[in-house]
Design a protein around this ligand. Structure first.
Ligand SMILES: Cc1ncc(COP(=O)(O)O)c(C=O)c1O
Length: 447
């Protein structure tokens, strides 16, 4: 943090102490902020005034290469020159125009662009909102409104958000759910976690026992399903790409029941899979696409792309902050840059490099049981060195500490015992080599 930034903070917060000590800020943050998901014993305080591309810094000036992309938020890395240039060109436009109550050009244009890049030639509608959970809730409300049904299918593990209906669909950790009432009727079935198949089958050799289980559950619990909600790549649950044949079965089941198929692309969408939407890996056309995280280029922004009609009447659903001009224009700029710079192709190429490098590292150690992923959404599963079938959360946690604190690899976990690699979509081949080199060293240091 330079002198000018320090002076600015002092001016904005007269009487409050502004120090450069990360330790002091950790204590203050712990005191001032509600307990949520900051792992303060692991991550140092980020210098919010510095950083470029994949490089971030802590307050002490230590540099890290970022493979979290803000858990999928920074599609093009920090301070992308193209985004900065568009920000400069749009900075004088008015911002405070709640898009749900008045029509403004940018949100209509963005809705048209999003509909055009969504699979299927049918007529689509777009609802803008402010978080991934709310994008999912928009799909849920739309399905209830148009189908007059209230029962949904969701999976375990699954993460769809932490509020209301989205929390009801989530099944990731009990801490998310304990004492909060279930807001929706949910028929729950196991997600195809092929490395640990709940039906004891081997990947690629099974008869989709998970689909049979789901069909049975629906028969026992209710066939009046409004929608099937799923992540084509289960993110929080451990970076689990669903086999394409599983996704095709979900489409069949939805069609048989007259239900809608909802793809939660909050983490895996908008180019991260090497295609606009991760469901494209299976060739399936969904009825709803939920997008957030990267869509807002750093702002709280989300969208639900659905069928026409999405809501039956004026006023059935709305939200103050829809797509204000500034964020909608930034989102359009990002889509433009992704196309202009061939970013989807870069994702596909860098994905091969990353997965192959991670598999090489797997070959050199006994603690990596599985390497998997789609596009630049990759995961490694940490297991006990004496038994590949045993997950090892403690070892994963030690590896995380070594990555961040010893080797400058800014990375987060997923599931109970996995690490996730979500680098920015424009990561270069050289940067992937640096990531792999640092990860290999951290693995070597972890016992
Ligand atoms: C797949 C998926 N869906 C929904 C959400 C919830 O998004 P938000 O935190 O913006 O509500 C997340 C957040 O991590 C996610 O990964």
């Amino acid at each position: 943090m330079d002198r000018e930034s320090e002076e600015l903070l002092k001016e904005l917060c007269p009487g409050l102490e502004i120090t450069k000590s990360g330790k002091a800020w950790i204590t203050r943050s712990d005191k001032a902020l509600a307990k949520t998901t900051q792992a303060r014993d692991l991550y140092p305080v980020v210098d919010f005034t510095r950083g470029e591309g994949p490089w971030i810094y802590d307050l002490a000036g230590n540099q890290y290469i970022d493979v979290t992309a803000g858990v999928g938020v920074r599609a093009l890395g920090l301070r992308h020159p193209g985004i900065i240039e568009y920000e400069r060109r749009i900075q004088s436009y008015i911002r405070e125009v709640p898009g749900q109550d008045f029509d403004i050009l940018p949100q209509t244009l963005l809705a048209e662009r999003l509909s055009a890049i969504a699979p299927g030639n049918h007529m689509k509608k777009v609802f803008f909102t402010t978080s991934g959970g709310r994008a999912v809730e928009a799909a849920v409300k739309s399905l209830m409104d148009t189908k007059h049904r209230q029962r949904f299918v969701a999976f375990r593990p699954a993460f769809h958000g932490r509020t209301g209906y989205s929390l009801a669909l989530t099944a990731s950790k009990h801490v998310h759910k304990d004492y909060y009432p279930q807001g929706l009727d949910v028929v729950r079935a196991p997600y195809p976690y092929c490395y640990r198949c709940p039906f004891g089958q081997k990947e690629g050799e099974c008869d989709l026992e998970c689909v049979r289980y789901l069909r049975d559950s629906i028969q026992y619990e209710g066939t009046d399903i409004a929608g099937i909600v799923f992540e084509p790549v289960c993110g929080e649950g451990g970076i689990l790409p669903a086999p394409p044949k599983f996704v095709r079965e979900l489409r069949k089941i939805a069609d048989e029941l007259g239900a809608g198929l909802v793809t939660d692309e909050v983490q895996a969408g908008l180019g991260r899979s090497g295609h606009w939407w991760s469901i494209e890996n299976s060739g399936v056309t969904p009825d709803y696409i939920c997008s957030a995280k990267a869509l807002g280029v750093g702002f709280a922004f989300a969208a639900c792309i659905g069928p026409d009609p999405m809501f039956t009447e004026f006023g059935r659903h709305s939200e103050t902050f829809g797509a204000e001009p500034y964020v909608a224009l930034l989102s359009l700029a990002q889509l433009h840059i992704i196309i202009r710079d061939g970013i989807l192709e870069n994702v596909r190429n860098r994905s091969k490099q990353l997965l192959s490098g991670l598999r090489d590292i797997q070959g050199s150690t006994k603690i990596i049981g599985d390497v998997r992923g789609l596009g630049l959404m990759c995961g490694v599963e940490i297991v006990s060195s004496s038994d590949k079938t045993k997950d090892n959360a403690d070892l994963r946690n030690s590896l995380l500490v070594n990555c961040v604190k010893k080797h400058g690899l800014w990375i987060i976990g997923a599931g109970r015992n996995c690490l996730r690699f979500l680098p920015s979509l424009n990561t270069t081949a050289e940067q992937i080599d640096i990531i792999l080199e640092r990860f290999a060293k951290a693995v070597k240091d972890t016992k």
